[in-house]
Design a protein around this ligand. Structure first.
Ligand code: URA
Length: 239
């Protein structure tokens, strides 16, 4: 595989990129900034390099880059949207309320979180102020594109057997704009990224479910999705 050292990304609407670095010739270009992917990357090297990432403007209002975490040998990669308030302060993914729910669901599904690599499509917290609170704002296409080389590098290093996108932002960024989590949850789609690629709901959506009954039902379905995915990837291929 070609080793990527520098990527240039157009932050305009065309989303053009160049693996050679340098300036992209693009008439739609907004800002073009470079991301340096270390040669012979490891997760630790990537984490260190991403700490100074300014490929889009989100670093300006975030506390720090929140890179993925987990063993480099993980079989499962879970991909969320972006760090939340708690993750931004802690510098680690899924450590807030959504992370606690995710831990519980993984445990109920019989999946050890220490065998799972957890990351996000976007590595900086995007937010807007509401009173004293920082309210999550959805990342836009340019921010997702700017951050994509980090995710690609994480996938290349970890080589997970299965990628599970959590929620539609991650699913659409990783699988494609046509993927509908509500219709296709836990269904595998053909992909070059990993032998098994799928998506399910984001744990935050379960926290937002109206009332205890709905929340329990959504949690049950989420755990079922994780069990289904785990069972499918655990079966050796018969060919
Ligand atoms: N939501 C996400 O998508 N990722 C996190 O890390 C936390 C909350």
């Amino acid at each position: 595989m070609k080793s990527i050292s520098t990527l240039s990304i157009c932050l305009g609407r065309c989303e053009k990129r160049s693996d050679e670095g340098g300036i992209i010739d693009c008439t739609l270009a907004g800002v073009v900034r470079e991301i340096e992917i270390p040669s012979r990357p490891t997760i630790r090297k990537l984490q260190a390099a991403a700490a100074g990432c300014q490929a889009c403007d989100l670093w300006k209002s975030a506390t720090q880059t929140v890179f993925g975490e987990g063993k480099q040998t993980s079989t499962v990669m879970l991909i969320g949207e972006q760090p939340g308030d708690r993750e931004d302060l802690a510098g680690a993914p899924f450590v807030g309320p959504a992370g606690a729910l995710l831990d519980k669901a993984l445990a109920e599904a019989g999946i050890d979180r220490t065998a799972v690599y957890v990351t996000n499509v976007v590595k900086h917290f995007k937010w807007e102020p509401r009173g004293k609170r920082r309210i999550h704002k959805k990342p836009n296409a340019a921010e997702i594109t700017a951050c994509r080389p980090w995710l690609q590098a994480e996938i290349a290093v970890v080589k997970p057997r299965v990628i599970v996108c959590l929620g539609s932002t991650a699913a659409q960024a990783v699988i494609g704009a046509k993927f509908r989590v509500s219709v296709q949850r836990a269904q595998f789609v053909p992909s070059d990224l990993a032998p098994f690629v799928t998506a399910t709901v984001h744990p935050s959506s379960i926290l937002r479910a109206p009332g205890d009954e709905a929340r329990h039902e959504e949690m049950r379905r989420f755990v079922d999705d994780l069990k289904t995915i785990w069972k499918a990837i655990s079966v050796p291929k018969s060919y």
